[in-house]
Design a protein around this ligand. Structure first.
Ligand code: FAD
Ligand code: NAP
Length: 556
């Protein structure tokens, strides 16, 4: 067992720098709102953030073309009416610099920075049963004692570069989309390689193509992408949202994805081929992820899904002039939407440019990175000046498990999650009292408008802490039975959909050796919210609450 005076094994002692009610790890939107709420409850709280600034995703992902794919009127906080009325978004889908400015504005507006320790990575968090507190260690050698440890570490913050031999020998520049430099990167006149064709690459490729002399896009698996139809913010649309923001947000919170858009309640198979085409054309013209709301059963019924997939494959064939390239860009290995649907600005059109070439690395994988570029297994060599890794993240669990988290009796979270993540409601883990996960695995998280999910988790947790305070409790932990039941429910609901058919990062399939488990909760944001609210209203069944003196007893 760990206590406040002895550091966890393998860690330097460090000085005890502070004693807090709550330590929050991460200063993205989740951490910022969490800090704001805890302060409102009169708690002492501090954020520890590895980056030099706030914004999380939007601090790190500065690659060309980065922007949100949930409309900005919805991809923003709802907790403060003045904030949402006063902030003006310049585009339908704001670009990264504007979203980062928004995060900075929120931090300044609510005076959050004074309680954030930047450039500080949390390396370990160990629960001390004797005192019912967490000891948190940082890479600066600090030691912090906190009653509550809140992981706001992000689902997509652990950037991943594939293990390709020879990376260190490359003489040019390398970049990862999720770790983009802060100074401007200018590809003018360069030969550039982009590895990957997920959402990040699909946004970056059209912009890099405009600068580079030659762009090679190395594709292993094509993805479905819908045009964003991004445009300057329509004043009337903004007025409509702001005329009753609270009511619109209330509706959005009950939607399946936490996004307010029309979901056609018909089956794709119950309408005529002409009507189906009309609906798809309409959604394609409107742009964005709302395409997947064209019919109610697109993610449940393979035959229904096939109609949407075929429509998009047809669009790719219409847009891309070279038939071989068009065929390569047409996804055929997964149902549409079972990998995160991409949203683009002229992605497919970019392959009609003279200076852009799609390289199929499914048939001939990248074998090595050399001093001058890339070599494929078939012996083909590509000489480039820069390589952009758009190769994604160790999603949902990567950032949490990068921290050495130990609960009761020194049990390690890494070991507990060795066969896949287990958490009650995606929020708390049995055996790890007072440890909270914001948008953790088993919650709707990445299948939703993350702002809605973040606010819901932070609000639920804040209400829970108020409830505990009123009862004199300082320790909370889910029961093993409740956690098992929830994990089984998440799997069962997932298995009723087409999602498990894809080799997606939702399934952990992008990380060699990662357990293949469908991690997010696909039951819907509204349903999930109701479930969480019902648990709170019933006095938190499935959770054990205790005071410090009986905290250790609660474990027995
Ligand atoms: P993050 O923003 O990821 O913040 C987590 C923070 O924790 C990071 O700053 C990280 O440095 C810090 N951290 C992690 N581990 C440690 C540690 N051990 N010690 C200290 N600090 C640590 N979602 C949508 O809903 N709509 C979108 O349009 C959308 N677009 C996206 C575009 C991109 C390019 C990416 C990568 C993701 C996108 N997402 C989108 C998901 C996005 O991650 C969330 O919307 C949201 O920003 C997550 O906020 P967060 O605070 O939970 O996590
Ligand atoms: P990603 O979806 O995981 O895509 C990674 C890409 O890299 C895939 O195409 C993958 O191919 C490829 N890859 C990995 N290793 C490779 C190798 N060794 N050789 C060749 N190709 C390799 O990552 P991402 O594009 O960064 O997106 C992650 C998530 O972030 C998105 O799904 C989304 O949720 C979010 N995001 C959102 C937006 C937005 O529009 N707002 C933008 C960016 C990101 P395989 O598929 O074959 O593995």
């Amino acid at each position: 067992m760990q206590n406040l005076t002895s550091p966890p094994p393998g860690q330097a002692a460090g000085k005890l720098i502070e004693v807090l009610d709550a330590a929050i790890v991460g200063a993205g939107f989740a951490g910022l709102y969490m800090l704001h709420r805890l302060r409102g409850l009169g708690m002492t709280a501090r954020i520890f953030e590895a980056a030099a600034g706030v914004g999380g995703t939007w601090w790190w992902n500065r690659y060309p073309g980065a922007r949100c794919d949930v409309e900005s009127m919805q991809y923003s906080f709802s907790f403060d009416e003045k904030l949402q009325q006063e902030w003006h978004w310049s585009e339908r889908f704001a670009a990264q610099p504007e979203i980062l400015r928004y995060a900075e504005h929120v931090a300044d507006r609510f005076g959050l920075r004074r309680d954030i320790r930047f450039n500080t990575r949390v390396t370990a968090a160990h629960f001390d049963e004797a005192v019912g507190r967490w000891t948190i260690l940082t890479d600066r050698g600090d030691r912090v004692s906190a009653r509550y440890c809140i992981m706001a570490t992000g689902c997509l913050s652990s950037a991943r570069v594939p293990d390709i031999p020879g990376i260190e020998s490359f003489r040019g520049r390398t970049y990862h989309t999720g770790r983009w430099p802060h100074e401007e990167v200018d590809f003018t006149g360069q030969r550039v390689a982009v590895i990957g064709t997920g959402s990040s690459a699909i946004q970056a490729v059209p912009v890099i193509a405009e600068q580079a002399a030659q762009l090679f896009v190395f594709q292993r698996t094509p993805n479905f992408s819908i045009p964003s139809r991004n445009k300057p913010m329509d004043e009337e649309y903004e007025r409509w949202w702001k005329s009753d923001y609270a009511a619109h947000r209330r509706k959005a919170r009950m939607m399946r994805t936490g996004i307010l858009y029309h979901i056609d309640e018909r089956s794709a198979l119950d309408v005529s081929p002409e009507e189906r085409r009309r609906v798809y054309e309409e959604r394609w013209a409107a742009g964005g992820t709302a395409f997947m709301g064209a019919f109610v059963d697109l993610l449940r019924n393979q035959a229904a899904n096939d109609t949407a997939a075929e429509f998009v494959r047809g669009k790719i064939a219409e847009i891309v002039k070279d038939p071989t390239t068009a065929a390569l860009l047409q996804p055929r290995d997964h149902p549409i939407g079972t990998k995160r649907i991409c949203v683009d600005t002229h992605y497919y059109e970019t392959f009609n440019r003279e200076n852009v070439r799609l390289v199929d690395v499914r048939s001939a994988p990248i074998e090595a990175i050399t001093r001058t570029g890339l070599r494929l297994r078939n012996g083909a060599e590509y000489a480039v000046d820069s390589i952009v890794f758009a190769t994604g993240f160790d999603a949902m669990t990567g950032a949490v498990l990068a921290v050495d988290i130990r609960g009761r009796s020194g049990a390690s979270l890494r070991e507990k999650w060795a066969a896949g993540p287990r958490a009650h409601l995606g929020l708390m883990v049995a055996g790890f009292p007072n440890l909270f996960l914001i948008t953790g695995p088993g919650s709707p998280s990445v299948l939703s408008n993350m702002m809605v999910s973040i606010e819901q988790h932070v609000d639920w947790l804040s209400d829970c802490l108020v409830h505990m305070r009123a009862r004199g409790a300082t320790c909370i932990e889910p029961t093993q039975e409740a956690e098992d039941a929830w994990v089984a429910h998440v799997a069962e609901v997932g298995n009723r959909t087409l999602y498990p058919k894809a080799n997606s990062w939702y399934m952990g399939a992008n990380i060699p050796g990662k357990p293949r488990v469908f991690m997010p909760y696909v039951g819907g944001v509204g349903t999930y919210r109701e479930e969480c609210a019902a648990i709170a209203a019933q006095g938190y069944p499935g959770f054990r609450m205790s005071a410090p003196q009986d905290a250790a007893a609660a474990a027995q």
